[in-house]
Design a protein around this ligand. Sequence first.
Ligand code: PBG
Length: 331
Amino acid sequence: MAYPQTRLRRLRSSPALRGLVRETELRAGQLVLPLFVSEAGGAAGELLSREPIATMPGVERLSVSAAVAEAQEAAQLGVAAVLLFGLPAEKDAEGSAAWDEEGVVQVCTAAIKRAVPDLLVITDVCLCEYTDHGHCGVLRDDGHVDNDASVELLARTAVSHARAGADVVAPSDMMDGRVGAIRAALDDEGFSQTPIMAYSAKFASAFYGPFREAADSAPAMGDRRGYQMDPANGREAVREALLDVEEGADMVMVKPALAYGDLIRAVKEATQLPVAAYNVSGEYAMVKAAAAAGYLDERATVLEVLTSLRRAGADVIITYHAKDAARWLAE
Ligand code: PBG
């Protein structure tokens, strides 16, 4: 029956009615806070140092001790997890600091698990923050990233994270076959219970700009289009996710998030796995800049953005707004 019998506004007439029929729920327990952990203050991390990141207001490069403090605060607010990115003191062609047992992510993972055992620690598994050329794998003589050689190093890195106590490892490199190789390596080393959150559909996106400044990981030459996906391709995103499921992924991810809601839905329906959406640095920077200029209401915008990702089908949301959002949700 149509108007006037049907009036959809009837169920919108009070906060109580709107609350009763609300379809989507956003909880702090679905949020993951990314942290940039820097060795600059000394890997042992006695120093409580924090260095602002110009392109990401409110986000800082943290020493290990500062990261532990940040993790404690996130846990108190009910945030589910932190996602660690490492900024090593030294970079080389292979990115060997990535699998160093005393590396900054390994040391920080152990420190957070000791201080806040109930907070999940997820580690980003990639080489771009550790290679002197800034690509996500090792380079061949012709300048292309060598897939299979890189996969071996990524598997070694994932095992070192698990050994340090990581609850979940999250490969973000986009090499073919890396999820299967990481699963096999983890199983061989006694970590059959460590889940893999695969950055399955990761696009070559302009929205990563602020992150690359934060992590000092912009490629020195060329770009990432030889391994990250073309933003024009949706069917291929579903193929990537299905392959990761076959290789043993426990969760799959779509990244970036805001311009990719169609793929969050498609990947969710195709895989039936928990899906993570990464609300990336550029999406964060846009909201912060517009809010600072007085163009947008930050709180309302952030909660709308995060709710829309849940509505699109995301089970888990990785976001630099996690602490603020958790605070607002508790009010
Ligand atoms: C590393 C990695 C990147 C991001 C997450 N992991 C950068 C990239 O691929 O260039 C981007 C995160 C963000 O923009 O917030 N490969």
